[in-house]
Structure formats: C-alpha cells, structure tokens
Design a protein around this ligand. Structure first.
Ligand SMILES: [Zn+2]
Length: 137
C-alpha cells in the first residue's frame, strides 16, 4: 500500500497522543490560596506535599524561610502570617519542586531525599541518579 506525504504526516500526528499518554505525567495540584485577615492560607497544602511525596514539615519550613514569615501547620492547611500574594506562594512551591523533587538528570519526580550525616542527597528511582542537594533545610 502506498501513502502520499500528507497521509503519512497525518498518520504520524495520530500516533503522537499514544506516545504522550504512555508515561504518566506528573501533575502537581495548584495551590489553593486564601487570605483571612492578616494571614495567608494554603488550603490544600497536604495534597501538594503528598503529590510531591515530601514531608509536609520540610516543604513548610522551606516556604517559611523563603517567604520570611512565621506560620503554623493545621491539619491539611498551612497558615502563614501576613498577606502573601498567591503568585509568590506558587512561585516558591515551583522552586521547591525543582530543587528537592525533580531529578536533575532525567527530569522525573520519582525521587527521595536521603539524609546522610550532614549531607542530603536526592535519589532518583527512575534513572538511579544520586544528586547532592545544596541547601538542607
Ligand atoms: Zn532521574
């Protein structure tokens, strides 16, 4: 059977969705941020931490330091003192993800933070890379 160029191109395009849906894509829930009085609350904080497979306290401490504020963890929510813009919260969560979750070699999030003495390493379960993490919290 012969194909002309257009139909080959069409067939190639049709195959793309199969490839894309093959590997599961990492979806981080979007931060649900509200302001209550003089505080800023991430309502789905626990979901975000568990999607990254990271300890809630670790992520929380990182955000407190980066935002330069104090706060509390209450159930599934994180509460910060002061009115922090939503965009800034999302930005810091993204930085955390890049720094402490995503593998620098293969770009996948199937990683684990391992503390050894005073150093912390990011170990990737997908490609086996072991990377030093610069700033331990
Ligand atoms: Zn990797």
């Amino acid at each position: 059977m012969l194909y002309d160029y257009d139909s080959l191109l069409k067939r190639a395009k049709e195959k793309i969705p199969d490839i894309m849906s093959d590997g599961e894509r990492f979806q981080l829930p979007e931060a649900n941020v509200i302001h209550e009085g003089r505080t800023t609350i991430i309502r789905n904080f626990a979901d975000i931490a568990s999607a990254m497979r990271r300890d809630r306290t670790h992520l929380f401490k990182y955000l407190l330091r980066e935002l330069g504020t104090s706060g509390d963890l209450a159930d599934t929510r994180a509460i910060f003192q002061g009115v922090v813009p939503e965009s800034q919260i999302k930005d810091k969560i993204r930085t955390y993800l890049e720094k402490y979750v995503i593998c620098g070699v293969c770009g996948r999030p199937d990683t684990e933070l391992i503390k050894e003495g005073r150093t912390t390493q990011l170990r990737c379960h997908a490609c086996g890379a072991i990377l030093p993490v610069k700033t331990a919290i």
